[in-house]
Ligand binder design. Structure first.
Ligand code: HEM
Length: 405
Protein backbone atom coordinates (compact mmCIF):
# COMPACT_ATOMS: atom_id res chain seq x y z
CA UNK A 1 0.00 0.00 0.00
CA UNK A 2 2.54 2.55 -1.10
CA UNK A 3 1.12 4.55 -4.03
CA UNK A 4 -1.18 7.54 -3.45
CA UNK A 5 -4.92 6.78 -3.42
CA UNK A 6 -6.43 7.57 -6.81
CA UNK A 7 -9.91 8.39 -5.49
CA UNK A 8 -11.22 10.12 -2.38
CA UNK A 9 -14.81 9.14 -1.60
CA UNK A 10 -15.17 12.32 0.44
CA UNK A 11 -14.21 14.48 -2.55
CA UNK A 12 -17.05 17.03 -3.07
CA UNK A 13 -17.06 16.24 -6.82
CA UNK A 14 -17.76 12.57 -6.06
CA UNK A 15 -20.37 13.46 -3.42
CA UNK A 16 -22.08 15.92 -5.81
CA UNK A 17 -22.45 13.35 -8.54
CA UNK A 18 -21.49 9.87 -7.32
CA UNK A 19 -22.69 8.17 -10.51
CA UNK A 20 -20.28 10.18 -12.66
CA UNK A 21 -17.54 9.51 -10.12
CA UNK A 22 -18.29 5.77 -10.29
CA UNK A 23 -18.33 5.83 -14.10
CA UNK A 24 -14.85 7.30 -14.11
CA UNK A 25 -13.55 4.76 -11.57
CA UNK A 26 -15.16 1.81 -13.40
CA UNK A 27 -13.61 2.94 -16.67
CA UNK A 28 -10.15 3.29 -15.09
CA UNK A 29 -10.14 0.17 -12.93
CA UNK A 30 -12.88 -1.84 -11.22
CA UNK A 31 -10.48 -2.27 -8.27
CA UNK A 32 -8.42 0.77 -7.27
CA UNK A 33 -6.70 2.50 -4.35
CA UNK A 34 -8.81 5.02 -2.48
CA UNK A 35 -9.18 7.25 0.55
CA UNK A 36 -12.20 5.73 2.30
CA UNK A 37 -14.96 7.66 4.12
CA UNK A 38 -13.37 6.96 7.54
CA UNK A 39 -10.10 8.52 6.31
CA UNK A 40 -8.33 5.14 6.01
CA UNK A 41 -6.58 4.14 2.82
CA UNK A 42 -7.77 0.98 1.16
CA UNK A 43 -9.19 -0.62 -1.94
CA UNK A 44 -12.33 0.47 -3.71
CA UNK A 45 -14.07 -2.40 -5.45
CA UNK A 46 -16.58 -1.15 -8.01
CA UNK A 47 -17.00 -3.82 -10.72
CA UNK A 48 -20.10 -6.00 -10.33
CA UNK A 49 -18.29 -9.36 -10.53
CA UNK A 50 -15.52 -8.14 -8.20
CA UNK A 51 -18.01 -6.82 -5.63
CA UNK A 52 -19.78 -10.20 -5.59
CA UNK A 53 -16.43 -12.00 -5.30
CA UNK A 54 -15.32 -9.87 -2.35
CA UNK A 55 -18.61 -10.06 -0.44
CA UNK A 56 -18.79 -13.86 -0.69
CA UNK A 57 -15.10 -14.60 0.01
CA UNK A 58 -14.55 -16.16 3.47
CA UNK A 59 -11.05 -14.61 3.37
CA UNK A 60 -12.66 -11.13 3.48
CA UNK A 61 -13.77 -10.32 7.00
CA UNK A 62 -15.90 -7.68 8.68
CA UNK A 63 -13.89 -7.90 11.93
CA UNK A 64 -10.24 -6.88 11.39
CA UNK A 65 -9.10 -8.09 14.81
CA UNK A 66 -5.82 -10.02 14.58
CA UNK A 67 -5.08 -9.19 10.95
CA UNK A 68 -1.69 -7.79 9.87
CA UNK A 69 -1.17 -4.25 8.52
CA UNK A 70 -3.90 -1.66 9.07
CA UNK A 71 -6.23 -4.38 10.22
CA UNK A 72 -3.91 -5.03 13.18
CA UNK A 73 -5.98 -2.40 14.93
CA UNK A 74 -8.73 -4.40 16.59
CA UNK A 75 -12.31 -3.44 16.06
CA UNK A 76 -12.33 -2.31 19.69
CA UNK A 77 -9.31 -0.05 19.21
CA UNK A 78 -10.95 1.43 16.12
CA UNK A 79 -14.15 2.17 18.05
CA UNK A 80 -12.19 3.58 21.01
CA UNK A 81 -10.16 5.80 18.66
CA UNK A 82 -13.48 7.27 17.48
CA UNK A 83 -14.31 8.20 21.09
CA UNK A 84 -16.65 5.27 21.78
CA UNK A 85 -16.96 4.68 25.56
CA UNK A 86 -15.75 1.18 26.55
CA UNK A 87 -19.20 0.23 27.92
CA UNK A 88 -20.65 0.46 24.37
CA UNK A 89 -18.13 -1.99 22.89
CA UNK A 90 -19.94 -5.27 23.64
CA UNK A 91 -23.06 -4.12 21.75
CA UNK A 92 -21.14 -2.83 18.75
CA UNK A 93 -19.15 -6.09 18.63
CA UNK A 94 -22.36 -8.17 18.72
CA UNK A 95 -23.94 -6.32 15.79
CA UNK A 96 -24.62 -8.65 12.82
CA UNK A 97 -22.48 -6.61 10.45
CA UNK A 98 -19.49 -6.70 12.86
CA UNK A 99 -19.41 -10.51 13.00
CA UNK A 100 -17.93 -13.22 10.80
CA UNK A 101 -18.17 -16.99 10.48
CA UNK A 102 -19.89 -19.17 13.06
CA UNK A 103 -20.74 -16.33 15.47
CA UNK A 104 -22.43 -14.39 12.67
CA UNK A 105 -24.35 -17.49 11.54
CA UNK A 106 -25.51 -18.19 15.12
CA UNK A 107 -26.96 -14.70 15.65
CA UNK A 108 -28.43 -14.45 12.16
CA UNK A 109 -30.17 -17.83 12.56
CA UNK A 110 -31.73 -16.70 15.83
CA UNK A 111 -33.94 -14.23 13.93
CA UNK A 112 -33.96 -15.46 10.33
CA UNK A 113 -37.21 -17.47 10.76
CA UNK A 114 -39.09 -14.16 11.04
CA UNK A 115 -37.91 -12.99 7.60
CA UNK A 116 -38.72 -16.00 5.42
CA UNK A 117 -41.04 -15.51 2.44
CA UNK A 118 -44.18 -17.08 3.96
CA UNK A 119 -43.85 -15.30 7.34
CA UNK A 120 -43.39 -12.01 5.54
CA UNK A 121 -46.29 -12.67 3.17
CA UNK A 122 -48.50 -13.05 6.25
CA UNK A 123 -47.62 -9.45 7.18
CA UNK A 124 -48.92 -8.08 3.86
CA UNK A 125 -52.49 -7.32 5.09
CA UNK A 126 -51.13 -5.37 8.06
CA UNK A 127 -48.70 -3.46 5.82
CA UNK A 128 -51.66 -2.60 3.57
CA UNK A 129 -53.64 -1.37 6.57
CA UNK A 130 -50.80 0.93 7.66
CA UNK A 131 -50.36 2.19 4.09
CA UNK A 132 -54.12 2.89 3.73
CA UNK A 133 -54.14 4.86 6.98
CA UNK A 134 -51.15 6.95 5.88
CA UNK A 135 -52.70 7.57 2.45
CA UNK A 136 -55.91 8.79 4.16
CA UNK A 137 -53.82 11.23 6.20
CA UNK A 138 -51.92 12.40 3.10
CA UNK A 139 -55.21 12.92 1.24
CA UNK A 140 -56.55 15.08 4.07
CA UNK A 141 -53.44 17.31 4.16
CA UNK A 142 -53.75 20.67 2.39
CA UNK A 143 -51.08 21.74 -0.15
CA UNK A 144 -47.93 19.76 -0.73
CA UNK A 145 -46.62 16.85 1.35
CA UNK A 146 -43.11 15.59 2.03
CA UNK A 147 -43.15 11.93 1.05
CA UNK A 148 -40.15 11.07 3.22
CA UNK A 149 -41.42 12.42 6.54
CA UNK A 150 -45.15 11.90 5.98
CA UNK A 151 -45.23 8.56 4.18
CA UNK A 152 -42.00 6.58 3.80
CA UNK A 153 -40.57 7.04 7.30
CA UNK A 154 -43.77 6.43 9.28
CA UNK A 155 -44.52 3.29 7.24
CA UNK A 156 -41.03 1.80 7.49
CA UNK A 157 -40.85 2.60 11.21
CA UNK A 158 -44.28 1.12 11.99
CA UNK A 159 -43.63 -2.13 10.13
CA UNK A 160 -40.27 -2.97 11.66
CA UNK A 161 -41.20 -1.79 15.16
CA UNK A 162 -44.41 -3.86 15.20
CA UNK A 163 -42.46 -6.89 14.01
CA UNK A 164 -39.71 -6.51 16.61
CA UNK A 165 -42.01 -5.37 19.43
CA UNK A 166 -41.08 -1.71 19.99
CA UNK A 167 -44.11 0.13 21.48
CA UNK A 168 -45.61 2.93 19.36
CA UNK A 169 -45.07 5.49 22.13
CA UNK A 170 -41.31 5.10 21.59
CA UNK A 171 -41.16 5.37 17.79
CA UNK A 172 -40.45 9.11 17.92
CA UNK A 173 -37.29 8.40 19.94
CA UNK A 174 -36.10 5.93 17.29
CA UNK A 175 -36.79 8.49 14.59
CA UNK A 176 -34.60 11.01 16.42
CA UNK A 177 -31.84 8.46 17.14
CA UNK A 178 -31.78 7.26 13.53
CA UNK A 179 -31.33 10.80 12.22
CA UNK A 180 -28.38 11.47 14.57
CA UNK A 181 -26.65 8.25 13.47
CA UNK A 182 -27.14 8.99 9.77
CA UNK A 183 -25.88 12.57 10.11
CA UNK A 184 -22.70 11.08 11.61
CA UNK A 185 -21.58 13.82 14.08
CA UNK A 186 -19.42 11.79 16.54
CA UNK A 187 -20.16 14.21 19.41
CA UNK A 188 -23.88 13.39 19.16
CA UNK A 189 -23.56 9.72 18.25
CA UNK A 190 -22.02 8.59 21.56
CA UNK A 191 -24.81 9.87 23.86
CA UNK A 192 -27.43 8.69 21.36
CA UNK A 193 -26.02 5.15 21.34
CA UNK A 194 -26.01 5.26 25.15
CA UNK A 195 -29.72 6.17 25.16
CA UNK A 196 -30.53 3.44 22.65
CA UNK A 197 -28.68 0.70 24.51
CA UNK A 198 -30.25 1.69 27.86
CA UNK A 199 -33.71 1.79 26.26
CA UNK A 200 -33.26 -1.66 24.66
CA UNK A 201 -32.02 -3.19 27.92
CA UNK A 202 -35.19 -2.01 29.65
CA UNK A 203 -37.30 -3.40 26.78
CA UNK A 204 -35.48 -6.76 26.93
CA UNK A 205 -36.23 -6.93 30.68
CA UNK A 206 -39.90 -6.15 30.04
CA UNK A 207 -40.29 -8.86 27.36
CA UNK A 208 -38.49 -11.38 29.56
CA UNK A 209 -40.93 -10.65 32.39
CA UNK A 210 -44.00 -10.50 30.13
CA UNK A 211 -43.56 -12.11 26.72
CA UNK A 212 -45.77 -11.01 23.82
CA UNK A 213 -46.38 -12.02 20.21
CA UNK A 214 -43.27 -10.29 18.86
CA UNK A 215 -39.77 -11.12 17.64
CA UNK A 216 -38.07 -9.70 20.72
CA UNK A 217 -40.05 -12.05 23.00
CA UNK A 218 -38.86 -14.98 20.85
CA UNK A 219 -35.27 -13.72 21.01
CA UNK A 220 -35.20 -13.40 24.80
CA UNK A 221 -36.65 -16.91 25.12
CA UNK A 222 -33.57 -18.42 23.39
CA UNK A 223 -31.19 -19.71 26.07
CA UNK A 224 -28.02 -19.28 24.02
CA UNK A 225 -28.62 -15.56 23.50
CA UNK A 226 -27.37 -13.06 26.08
CA UNK A 227 -28.94 -9.71 26.92
CA UNK A 228 -26.15 -8.05 24.95
CA UNK A 229 -27.03 -10.20 21.91
CA UNK A 230 -30.72 -9.26 22.28
CA UNK A 231 -29.99 -5.52 22.64
CA UNK A 232 -27.63 -5.57 19.63
CA UNK A 233 -30.24 -7.38 17.54
CA UNK A 234 -33.02 -4.90 18.39
CA UNK A 235 -30.85 -1.87 17.70
CA UNK A 236 -29.59 -3.24 14.42
CA UNK A 237 -32.94 -4.53 13.17
CA UNK A 238 -34.86 -1.34 13.87
CA UNK A 239 -32.19 0.84 12.29
CA UNK A 240 -31.55 -1.46 9.29
CA UNK A 241 -35.28 -1.93 8.81
CA UNK A 242 -36.43 1.68 8.69
CA UNK A 243 -33.66 3.98 7.43
CA UNK A 244 -32.89 2.02 4.26
CA UNK A 245 -36.52 1.19 3.65
CA UNK A 246 -37.73 4.78 3.96
CA UNK A 247 -35.13 6.02 1.50
CA UNK A 248 -35.78 3.19 -0.94
CA UNK A 249 -39.45 4.22 -0.93
CA UNK A 250 -38.79 7.91 -1.49
CA UNK A 251 -36.11 7.32 -4.17
CA UNK A 252 -38.37 4.74 -5.83
CA UNK A 253 -41.47 6.96 -5.74
CA UNK A 254 -39.53 9.79 -7.35
CA UNK A 255 -38.06 7.55 -10.04
CA UNK A 256 -41.51 6.21 -10.97
CA UNK A 257 -43.13 9.67 -10.90
CA UNK A 258 -40.58 10.64 -13.55
CA UNK A 259 -40.97 7.55 -15.68
CA UNK A 260 -44.60 7.24 -16.85
CA UNK A 261 -43.74 4.35 -19.20
CA UNK A 262 -42.42 2.18 -16.37
CA UNK A 263 -45.44 3.11 -14.22
CA UNK A 264 -47.80 2.15 -17.00
CA UNK A 265 -45.98 -1.17 -17.38
CA UNK A 266 -46.51 -1.87 -13.66
CA UNK A 267 -50.18 -0.90 -13.91
CA UNK A 268 -50.69 -3.36 -16.75
CA UNK A 269 -48.51 -6.14 -15.32
CA UNK A 270 -48.54 -5.87 -11.51
CA UNK A 271 -46.73 -9.23 -11.28
CA UNK A 272 -43.62 -7.26 -12.29
CA UNK A 273 -43.51 -5.46 -8.90
CA UNK A 274 -40.84 -7.69 -7.27
CA UNK A 275 -38.57 -7.11 -10.29
CA UNK A 276 -39.42 -3.40 -10.12
CA UNK A 277 -38.18 -3.21 -6.53
CA UNK A 278 -34.92 -4.93 -7.53
CA UNK A 279 -34.51 -2.54 -10.45
CA UNK A 280 -35.26 0.57 -8.37
CA UNK A 281 -32.75 -0.59 -5.77
CA UNK A 282 -30.23 -1.19 -8.57
CA UNK A 283 -30.51 2.27 -10.12
CA UNK A 284 -31.15 4.34 -7.00
CA UNK A 285 -30.44 2.13 -3.98
CA UNK A 286 -30.28 3.81 -0.58
CA UNK A 287 -27.13 1.87 0.44
CA UNK A 288 -24.22 2.83 -1.82
CA UNK A 289 -21.38 1.33 0.22
CA UNK A 290 -21.25 -2.05 1.93
CA UNK A 291 -19.80 -2.10 5.42
CA UNK A 292 -16.01 -1.84 5.33
CA UNK A 293 -14.26 -5.22 5.16
CA UNK A 294 -10.65 -6.44 5.52
CA UNK A 295 -8.59 -9.00 3.63
CA UNK A 296 -7.68 -11.84 6.01
CA UNK A 297 -5.08 -13.25 3.57
CA UNK A 298 -3.36 -12.00 0.41
CA UNK A 299 -5.99 -11.97 -2.34
CA UNK A 300 -6.42 -11.24 -5.99
CA UNK A 301 -9.59 -9.39 -6.97
CA UNK A 302 -10.25 -8.45 -10.60
CA UNK A 303 -6.57 -9.07 -11.38
CA UNK A 304 -5.38 -6.72 -8.61
CA UNK A 305 -3.32 -7.97 -5.65
CA UNK A 306 -4.66 -7.05 -2.21
CA UNK A 307 -2.51 -7.73 0.87
CA UNK A 308 -3.66 -9.36 4.10
CA UNK A 309 -4.93 -6.67 6.47
CA UNK A 310 -5.87 -4.18 3.73
CA UNK A 311 -9.24 -2.44 3.99
CA UNK A 312 -11.67 -3.32 1.18
CA UNK A 313 -14.66 -1.12 0.34
CA UNK A 314 -17.29 -2.65 -1.95
CA UNK A 315 -19.23 0.10 -3.77
CA UNK A 316 -22.69 -1.35 -4.36
CA UNK A 317 -23.93 1.74 -6.21
CA UNK A 318 -21.14 1.49 -8.78
CA UNK A 319 -21.45 -2.28 -9.21
CA UNK A 320 -25.14 -1.75 -9.91
CA UNK A 321 -24.30 0.46 -12.90
CA UNK A 322 -21.39 -1.55 -14.24
CA UNK A 323 -21.62 -1.58 -18.07
CA UNK A 324 -19.94 -5.00 -18.06
CA UNK A 325 -23.03 -6.36 -16.28
CA UNK A 326 -25.94 -4.18 -17.48
CA UNK A 327 -27.04 -3.34 -21.01
CA UNK A 328 -28.43 0.09 -19.99
CA UNK A 329 -26.58 0.74 -16.73
CA UNK A 330 -28.14 4.14 -15.97
CA UNK A 331 -31.65 3.44 -17.20
CA UNK A 332 -34.25 1.67 -15.03
CA UNK A 333 -35.72 -1.15 -17.13
CA UNK A 334 -38.13 -3.32 -15.15
CA UNK A 335 -38.82 -5.73 -18.00
CA UNK A 336 -35.08 -6.32 -18.48
CA UNK A 337 -34.67 -6.92 -14.73
CA UNK A 338 -37.55 -9.42 -14.73
CA UNK A 339 -36.28 -11.33 -17.76
CA UNK A 340 -32.50 -11.08 -17.52
CA UNK A 341 -31.56 -9.70 -14.09
CA UNK A 342 -31.50 -12.93 -12.13
CA UNK A 343 -29.55 -13.08 -8.88
CA UNK A 344 -26.83 -10.90 -10.39
CA UNK A 345 -29.40 -8.26 -11.36
CA UNK A 346 -28.54 -6.07 -8.36
CA UNK A 347 -26.19 -6.02 -5.39
CA UNK A 348 -28.24 -3.24 -3.77
CA UNK A 349 -29.26 -5.66 -1.00
CA UNK A 350 -25.68 -6.87 -0.58
CA UNK A 351 -24.28 -10.31 -1.43
CA UNK A 352 -22.89 -13.34 0.40
CA UNK A 353 -23.38 -14.25 4.07
CA UNK A 354 -24.48 -10.73 5.04
CA UNK A 355 -27.05 -10.47 2.23
CA UNK A 356 -29.96 -8.36 3.49
CA UNK A 357 -32.10 -10.41 5.84
CA UNK A 358 -35.05 -8.08 5.28
CA UNK A 359 -35.21 -8.36 1.50
CA UNK A 360 -38.58 -10.19 1.35
CA UNK A 361 -40.09 -7.68 3.76
CA UNK A 362 -38.60 -4.78 1.80
CA UNK A 363 -40.24 -6.11 -1.38
CA UNK A 364 -43.67 -6.40 0.26
CA UNK A 365 -43.41 -2.93 1.82
CA UNK A 366 -42.25 -1.33 -1.42
CA UNK A 367 -44.88 -2.99 -3.55
CA UNK A 368 -47.76 -2.16 -1.20
CA UNK A 369 -46.57 1.39 -0.52
CA UNK A 370 -45.66 2.45 -4.07
CA UNK A 371 -48.60 0.71 -5.70
CA UNK A 372 -50.91 2.20 -3.06
CA UNK A 373 -49.53 5.71 -3.63
CA UNK A 374 -49.95 5.61 -7.42
CA UNK A 375 -53.37 3.92 -7.29
CA UNK A 376 -54.73 6.48 -4.85
CA UNK A 377 -53.03 9.54 -6.36
CA UNK A 378 -52.35 8.87 -10.06
CA UNK A 379 -51.34 12.52 -10.63
CA UNK A 380 -48.79 12.67 -7.79
CA UNK A 381 -45.74 14.67 -8.92
CA UNK A 382 -42.70 16.37 -7.40
CA UNK A 383 -42.98 20.14 -6.91
CA UNK A 384 -39.25 20.82 -7.28
CA UNK A 385 -35.93 19.08 -7.89
CA UNK A 386 -35.22 17.43 -4.51
CA UNK A 387 -31.78 17.97 -3.03
CA UNK A 388 -29.48 14.97 -2.44
CA UNK A 389 -28.06 14.35 1.02
CA UNK A 390 -24.31 14.41 0.38
CA UNK A 391 -23.04 11.32 2.20
CA UNK A 392 -20.77 8.65 0.68
CA UNK A 393 -22.60 5.75 2.31
CA UNK A 394 -26.25 6.48 1.57
CA UNK A 395 -28.06 7.96 -1.41
CA UNK A 396 -31.26 9.78 -0.61
CA UNK A 397 -32.95 13.14 -0.72
CA UNK A 398 -33.31 15.72 2.04
CA UNK A 399 -37.06 15.87 1.31
CA UNK A 400 -39.38 14.82 -1.51
CA UNK A 401 -42.13 17.46 -1.72
CA UNK A 402 -45.04 16.39 -3.91
CA UNK A 403 -48.43 17.62 -5.05
CA UNK A 404 -50.96 14.79 -4.86
CA UNK A 405 -53.68 16.02 -7.23
C1 HEM B 1 -28.09 -6.11 5.45
C2 HEM B 1 -29.85 -3.13 2.03
C3 HEM B 1 -34.25 -3.25 4.09
C4 HEM B 1 -32.44 -5.99 7.64
C5 HEM B 1 -28.21 -5.31 4.34
C6 HEM B 1 -27.13 -5.05 3.41
C7 HEM B 1 -27.62 -4.20 2.47
C8 HEM B 1 -29.01 -3.94 2.78
C9 HEM B 1 -26.85 -3.60 1.30
C10 HEM B 1 -25.72 -5.65 3.47
C11 HEM B 1 -24.69 -4.71 4.01
C12 HEM B 1 -23.28 -5.28 3.95
O1 HEM B 1 -23.06 -6.46 3.63
O2 HEM B 1 -22.34 -4.52 4.23
C13 HEM B 1 -31.19 -2.93 2.29
C14 HEM B 1 -32.07 -2.14 1.45
C15 HEM B 1 -33.31 -2.17 2.03
C16 HEM B 1 -33.20 -2.98 3.23
C17 HEM B 1 -31.66 -1.44 0.17
C18 HEM B 1 -34.61 -1.54 1.59
C19 HEM B 1 -35.00 -1.48 0.37
C20 HEM B 1 -34.16 -4.02 5.22
C21 HEM B 1 -35.25 -4.32 6.10
C22 HEM B 1 -34.73 -5.08 7.12
C23 HEM B 1 -33.32 -5.27 6.85
C24 HEM B 1 -36.69 -3.85 5.91
C25 HEM B 1 -35.38 -5.68 8.34
C26 HEM B 1 -36.45 -5.38 8.90
C27 HEM B 1 -31.12 -6.25 7.34
C28 HEM B 1 -30.25 -7.04 8.20
C29 HEM B 1 -28.99 -7.06 7.57
C30 HEM B 1 -29.13 -6.29 6.35
C31 HEM B 1 -30.63 -7.70 9.51
C32 HEM B 1 -27.69 -7.71 8.10
C33 HEM B 1 -27.56 -9.11 7.64
C34 HEM B 1 -26.29 -9.76 8.15
O3 HEM B 1 -25.31 -9.09 8.52
O4 HEM B 1 -26.29 -10.99 8.18
N1 HEM B 1 -29.35 -4.64 3.92
N2 HEM B 1 -31.90 -3.41 3.35
N3 HEM B 1 -33.01 -4.61 5.70
N4 HEM B 1 -30.42 -5.82 6.24
FE1 HEM B 1 -31.21 -4.74 4.73
Amino acid sequence: MSSEPVVDLRDPAVLDDPMRGYDRILAESPVCRARLPNGEEGWLVTGSASVRAVLSDPAVRNDPTGLPGQGAQTQEEAFLALGTPPEHLPYLRASLLSLDGAEHTRLRRSISHAFGASRVEALRPRVREIVDGLLDDLGAAPGTVNLIDEYAYPLAMAVVCELVGVPEADWADWWRWGKVLVEGDPARITPTLGEMFAYCHALVDRRRAEPREDLLSQVVAQDDLTDVDAVALVVFLVLAGHETMAHMLSNGALALMRDPAQRELLREEPELWPAAVRELVRTDGPVQLARLRYAATDLEVGGVKISAGDAVQAVLGAANRDPAQFTHPHQADIRWQAEHGGREGSVGFGWGPHFCLGVALAKVEAEVALRGLFDRFPDVRPVAEPEWVRLPRGRHRVAVEVRLR
